[in-house]
Design a protein around this ligand. Structure first.
Ligand code: TNX
Length: 506
């Protein structure tokens, strides 16, 4: 939400200048004009104008943010007069929720979608499959949820932990999101992070031994992955994906691709035969071939593959979108190669990291992501020394592992608050390939709904602002934080009214 008293009238992407046309029409021709809106509050009333339905929705959301969070139906509500013309910088303004490590039921997912809508988030990245749980009902492979959705417990199943979404529930969530202009992007992890599926169908692994029959309870990176040498694996994945395509109208399907150890493939006769058959150099090329095959399948069905930046290793598949998490370097290289990129570096987007270094702060990793660092996120940072070090980002301690189970969260960050990394310079001609940014909420150590809300809020408000607004100001300009906090404070009653357990501003 932006008020005209504080901000220039035309600030969409910083590209629009005052011209003869000064309403929403001035946005026509901008990349995301469909999301742009004009909000006018004058004594005679309120007007929201837009070029497309999504823009109208955004305008109404801004209006809702200005209205009191609670008021009797017959209350007299006074609004300040204002005139806003605005449109977002990026179309992909995302949030990932990991429901694989801990399961969250549908009513809570809908609540998260409401929060997303309130901040004009456009992509809900639903991380549906993991080593520790498979959450999506698949009619062709019922064991995936009969068995793969549950872990621990006794031999007879008592005390087990888990849950899954029926296809009917998935449709409900997708529809609920669509009504709020949110695309639900499903993630089906391959070739790694699939131990829950292998527990159900052990023959899809290289080893196929009895030890694999349990769904793991340990976090981290598991050695067993889909076998790249067996055709059954591709039959399985294509059957699963066919159902996914029916359930999710999203143009984007996320296939994971991260953290796939190569040990099993190195020792597997079938994988080695595949390597020779395809004339591949090594197991990285084999992974690229694996992802390429899935990419061809998705493209044949008119969808676009999204994968974590590991899909760069061994060569990127045509048309694949890269989600850059191990810093921004992978994303920069992909953008330079002409691929679309979503930036989601650990340094600015990992909402499983704690929000302060206070000893009672939730979040298990010894890595900290304070609010102000999120606010300074620039998905298309040019790599130029644009702004000063942010207060608080010195709290980034790099990565450590907390809790009882080992995990792997990539490279922590010792940054100065900027998004870019040494050696990862995004030249302006490639900036247009960055389609947005995203917050990732991994849930190894986040077991309950209240903690999900606490980890999301208020950082999601900062992320939403960072991916909507023009790039952060240059060095020497007034910092963003004070103005942001003032606006955020005014909005807290809205979070209270929805019963959201956000981290207090202090
Ligand atoms: C790395 S980010 C992972 C996740 C973990 C996360 C913990 C990514 C593609 N993989 O499996 O949950 O770190 O921060």
């Amino acid at each position: 939400m932006q008020r005209s008293e504080r901000l220039p009238l035309f600030r969409a992407n910083g590209e629009v200048r005052l011209s003869g046309r000064w309403g929403v029409e001035a946005l026509a021709g901008l990349p995301h004009a469909d999301e742009g809106y004009e909000l006018t509050v004058i004594e005679a009333g309120v007007v929201v104008r837009a070029l497309a339905p999504h823009g109208l929705f955004n305008g109404v959301v801004s209006l809702l943010q200005l209205l009191p969070a609670r008021a009797p139906l017959d209350a007299d509500i006074a609004l300040d007069c204002l005139h806003v013309v605005d449109a977002p910088r990026f179309a992909w303004r995302g949030v990932l929720l990991d429901v694989g490590r801990h399961f969250f039921p549908v009513p809570f997912i809908l609540k998260v979608l409401d929060v997303c809508a309130f901040y004009k988030i456009t992509r809900f990245h639903w991380h549906l499959t993991e080593d520790q749980g498979w959450r999506l009902e698949v009619k062709a492979y019922p064991k995936l949820t009969e068995k793969g959705a549950w872990r621990g417990g006794d031999a007879d199943g008592t005390g087990r932990y888990g849950g899954f979404y029926t296809q009917e529930q998935i449709r409900e969530v997708v529809e609920y999101a669509a009504q709020r202009f949110i695309t639900v992007v499903p993630e089906i992890e391959l070739p790694g992070h699939c131990r829950a599926a292998l527990a159900c169908y052990t023959h899809l692994s290289c080893l196929d031994d009895a030890q694999m029959e349990t769904v793991p309870t340990q976090w981290g990176v598991h050695a067993d992955v889909y076998c790249a040498g067996k055709e059954e694996v591709f039959h399985f994945l294509e059957a699963v994906l066919l159902e996914v395509l029916q359930l999710f109208p999203s143009p984007y399907i996320h296939i994971g691709g991260d953290e796939c150890p190569k040990d099993r493939w190195q020792k597997c006769a079938l994988c080695q035969a595949r390597l020779r058959e395809q004339g591949l150099e090594d197991e990285y090329a084999l992974q690229s071939w694996f992802v390429g095959r899935i990419n061809a399948f998705l493209r044949a069905h008119g969808r676009q593959l999204v994968g974590w930046d590991e899909i760069l290793e061994g060569g990127l598949s045509p048309g694949a979108i890269v989600m850059s998490w191990r810093g921004v370097g992978g994303g920069v290289r992909a953008a330079q190669a002409g691929h679309e990129v979503i930036m989601t570096p650990t340094s600015h987007c990992y909402f499983d990291y704690r929000q302060s270094m206070q000893s009672d702060e939730p979040g298990a990793w010894y890595a900290c992501l304070p609010l102000e660092t999120v606010l300074e996120f620039d998905p298309a940072d040019s790599g130029e020394p644009m702004r000063a070090a942010s207060g608080g980002s010195e709290a980034h301690l790099g990565l450590g592992f907390g809790g009882e189970a080992a995990g792997d969260a990539g490279d922590g960050d010792g940054s100065d608050g900027r998004t870019s990394e040494p050696g990862a310079v995004l030249e302006p001609e490639f900036a247009g390939n960055i389609i947005g940014g995203q917050a990732n909420l991994w849930t190894e150590y986040i077991a309950d709904k209240d903690t999900v809300e606490y980890m999301l809020l208020p950082r999601l408000a900062a992320l939403a602002e960072a991916v909507w607004s023009p790039p952060p100001p240059p060095r020497g300009a007034p910092p963003l934080l004070p103005g942001f906090l003032a606006r955020l404070r005014a909005q807290l009653p809205h979070l209270d009214a929805r019963g959201l357990k956000y981290r207090p501003l202090g």
